[in-house]
Design a protein around this ligand. Structure first.
Ligand code: NAP
Length: 488
């Protein structure tokens, strides 16, 4: 358990201002907003509230720094990332406490996220020196085709609150490696992890102007003029589908490149030949990581009718035994939801399902007291009309539905506007490949409840978005292709 002294020390060491052109400064209006601990409802610190003038100053700094940064040797860019990877790893204790304080997840989960976040820097430190092109002979043998990759230019990177560090490094890592400068707008609910990350990158030698950070409680008003500005060349957004659509429409005016990592509605399919113990373990991870507040969280458990009752019973036993509490306390498995609005939505979705006939096997209610806690919940006999089968739950609730045939399972899985990830449990190689091919998603977890990996291309199809983060593909989002027709 952490004590108040440790908490105030970590908070005291974290910057609270905007970071523009290498300097920490207050916003133009001089106003601030509070960052709350979702486990207590207490305001932890006040952070500068930037506006459009601040965001445009940040863009001007990014634009000014762009040419010099693009010309910096790739090895040098990679080494800054490598040092930042090492520093994040060394400071994991303080950074995980900071993350737990602002976001609520248990310390163990914060440590796992910081390790994951740091790995994006390690991965892209290695990719910085592997940006290649090609030189080929024209098919008619006369001329030559030269293809090169160059940094896109200044980027606006907008991140959500649920993984405050990893959603930032997944964008910053490839942008830095590719030679792009950037303006970052972290989520209002969790700006502190990004501010701590910025301080680390600056200490590790990132030149002024390359990374600029604007915290704000007016995201549309602050970023709108930046998106409308032709000096910006790319928008990378992680967040909800409705906001993503709005930003993509705005970006279209300048034809900015866009990457969109949006919402999900992941099906978790359990076939009759699955190892049920492994499926239950995978389900716990796929559902409960981050209290269910993950775009990849299993949103629907589609289980073959021959094993559904047993699967639901075992899952309820596991979720019912989880310890709920403030993430700084020992052995806590499940922290609070991010804010009261988020908890109210979970309450509504579960009420809607139970009114329509779903049975509560465990949980099923909010937990009283300060903080925004909701009990881990398993619902069986969930009717197809229940809203939580179509909407992102973003909470610790596992609805179980049944299927009779593989075709029915695939139809259930694909019966959503989203297409981020699906989880498949089966012991048949033939079935696992056939089902993986048929699923309309960007990622499949085959006999495992987690897919996130810095070395893999993360992203979705349908209304889950466009583009990929991580893997060899991740850096492509920050590179333009130029072709030179060579007359010999
Ligand atoms: P959100 O409300 O869409 O917000 C995401 C970010 O966009 C925040 O920084 C937010 O700022 C900002 N924003 C909101 N309105 C804006 C506007 N008009 N102009 C510019 N920026 C704006 O989403 P969220 O609730 O933070 O995050 C949860 C969602 O993210 C879920 O749907 C989840 O599935 C998705 N997500 C997707 C992935 C993925 O990789 N596919 C990963 C993680 C999360 P404020 O904080 O000030 O509102």
């Amino acid at each position: 358990m952490t004590d108040l002294g440790q908490e105030s020390e970590v908070l005291g060491a974290t910057p609270r201002q905007l970071f523009i052109d290498g300097s920490w400064r207050d916003g133009a209006r001089g106003s601030t907003f509070g960052v709350e601990d979702p486990a207590t409802g207490r305001v932890l610190v006040e952070v500068s509230d930037g506006d459009a003038d601040d965001a445009l100053a940040a863009l001007a700094a990014a634009d000014e720094a762009q040419a010099g940064w693009a010309a910096t040797p790739p090895r040098q860019r990679g080494e800054i990332l490598r040092r930042a990877y090492e520093t994040l790893t060394e400071r994991i204790d303080d950074l995980s406490l900071l993350m737990t304080l602002e976001m609520g997840k248990p310390l163990e989960g914060s440590r796992a996220e910081i390790t994951y976040a740091a790995e994006f820097f390690r991965w892209f430190s290695e990719e910085a020196v592997r940006i290649d092109g090609r030189y080929t002979t024209e098919p008619n043998g006369n001329g030559r085709l030269l293809v090169m990759r160059q940094p896109v230019g200044p980027c606006l990177l907008i991140t959500p609150w649920n993984f405050p560090m990893a959603m930032a490094t997944r964008k910053l890592g490839p942008a830095i490696a590719a030679g792009c400068t950037m303006v970052v707008k972290p989520a209002e609910l969790t700006p502190l992890s990004t501010l701590a990350l910025t301080q680390i990158l600056s200490e590790c030698g990132l030149p002024p102007g390359v990374l600029n950070v604007v915290t704000t409680k007016s995201p549309g008003a602050a970023t709108g003029p930046v998106i409308a500005d032709p000096r910006l060349r790319k928008l990378s957004f992680t967040g909800s589908t409705p906001v993503g659509k709005q930003l993509m429409a705005a970006a279209a005016e300048q034809m900015h490149r866009v990457s969109m990592e949006l919402g999900g509605n992941a099906p978790f399919l359990v076939f009759p030949d699955a190892d049920l113990d492994a499926a239950v373990e995978g389900a716990v991870v796929a559902k409960m990581r981050n209290m269910g507040e993950a775009c990849t969280a299993a949103n629907r458990f589609c289980v073959h009718e021959s094993v559904a009752a047993e699967f639901a019973r075992r899952l309820a036993a596991r979720l019912g035994a989880m310890k709920v509490g403030r993430g700084t306390e020992p052995n806590v498995d499940v922290g609070p939801l991010i804010e009261s609005k988020a908890r109210d939505k979970v309450v509504d979705l579960v009420e809607d399902a139970t009114k329509r006939g779903a049975e509560v096997l465990t949980g099923g209610a909010a937990i009283d007291g300060p903080g925004y806690f909701y009990a881990p919940t398993v619902l069986s006999d969930v009717p197809p009309q229940a809203r939580l089968l179509q909407e992102e739950i973003f909470g610790p609730v596992a609805p179980v539905v049944t299927f009779a045939t593989d075709d029915e399972a695939i139809a259930q899985a694909n019966g959503t506007e989203f297409g981020l990830v699906a989880f498949v449990y089966t012991s048949s190689l033939e079935r696992s490949l056939r089902v993986s091919e048929a699923l309309e998603v960007g990622m499949v977890g085959l006999n495992q409840g987690i897919v996130s990996n810095p070395a893999a291309p993360f992203g979705g199809v349908k209304q889950s978005g466009l583009g990929r983060e991580g893997g060899r593909e991740g850096i492509e989002e920050y590179l333009n292709i130029k072709y030179v027709a060579v007359h010999l």
